[in-house]
Design a protein around this ligand. Sequence first.
Ligand SMILES: CCCCCCCCCCCCCCCC(=O)SCCNC(=O)CCNC(=O)[C@H](O)C(C)(C)COP(=O)(O)O
Ligand SMILES: Nc1ncnc2c1ncn2[C@@H]1O[C@H](COP(=O)(O)O)[C@@H](OP(=O)(O)O)[C@H]1O
Length: 361
Amino acid sequence: MDDTPPSTNLRSSAKTRRALAEERHAMSSSSPSSPYPPSTATTGSLVPTRRNSPFLPTPLETAILALFPALLAFGTLFSVLSPQVRRAEFDPTTQSHAQHPDEAPGYFARKDNLLNVFFVKRGWFWTTVAFAAFVLTHPTFRGGRGAGGGSSPKRFVTACTRWALITGAWFAATQWCFGPPLIDRHFMLTGGRCEVVLQEARELEKAAALDTGHVLSALACKSAGGAWKGGHDISGHVFMLVLSSGFLLSEVGWVYWRHRGRRDDRSIVMHDRAVKGAGVEADSTTERTGGRPEDALALGGKAVAVVVGLNCWMLLMTAIYFHTWFEKVTGLVASAIALYAVYILPRFVPALRQIVGLPGA
Ligand SMILES: CCCCCCCCCCCCCCCC(=O)SCCNC(=O)CCNC(=O)[C@H](O)C(C)(C)COP(=O)(O)O
Ligand SMILES: Nc1ncnc2c1ncn2[C@@H]1O[C@H](COP(=O)(O)O)[C@@H](OP(=O)(O)O)[C@H]1O
């Protein structure tokens, strides 16, 4: 007698249908340069299927990632058009408007706004907390083996590996890279230096040490009372806020998507150079959850949503009140390079994919 509960039967037949659909989809393979499967019609229907390029984000990913340049463009445009922002004095050395509460063009134009002090300036801590909450509470990572016999620990390990890589990128760019962080090295390579504004109260030796050009980081320069000026100052805020959001959205987005039973349209290049759907390597334990869509997020996914929401708000504030548009664009490009290396590169480098995996797969 079959004593399997009816709900389990329903779930497993839904799973089997999905697995078959993915298998059919995966059967059609092509060379990395061609977006089409060989016959263009091997997915069970006569309609030609176009595979996404493994070298680029999928259309859905592109639409979501477009939010960041859109926020930057909107903020920059707003700052140009808003009479209040235009009226306020802008200091190119500090990359900010007047900071006095009476003169600043808005609360978020001040560096001491609470969200900047407690959220962005500790941004990687919050990113790590949200990510940890996600991997510790989402069923995808739970237990020794997933419901269908797949390996949850492997998903956990690859997710943590991607966190370590993205954290390394943040750390090297903004904190330390065998000396000054990359953003500060770039600033000096483009002609920047630490200039001392002599004030009566400043100790002379300290000023002398600064003026010799030995100060190699923005932090050391500012904390010694110097002015970090002259070079191209990639926006650290834009870099970190986009990197954090891109990382969290990539990690949660694919797990959520697959958990909702949606088709994974990422393409991957196999060892034999064939291009297949990411489903072909995916762990079959990822399954549709019944109930409300937010159930597929779990508690950690909701914490991630809060951090991403605050990141986006602060990105908009940076876009409106701080930096030149070009420094914001370079911050965006720098974070895009790191995200590409961790989330797209493994799709067409199978050896790398074995180490870092694909989120949700
Ligand atoms: C090549 C070297 C690679 C080395 C890789 C080793 C990486 C080890 C790092 C281990 C750190 C783990 C961190 C986990 C927990 C934390 O995040 S605690 C740190 C909390 N600190 C922050 O979150 C600081 C965030 N702020 C910034 O990064 C900057 O303030 C800024 C937002 C980029 C702005 O820069 P400003 O100069 O202040 O304007
Ligand atoms: N959204 C925001 N809110 C408050 N301050 C911001 C900000 N975006 C950038 N800044 C400030 O502008 C300066 C340049 O930022 P960044 O290079 O990180 O993009 C930094 O000043 P401080 O370094 O004096 O704190 C930073 O705190």
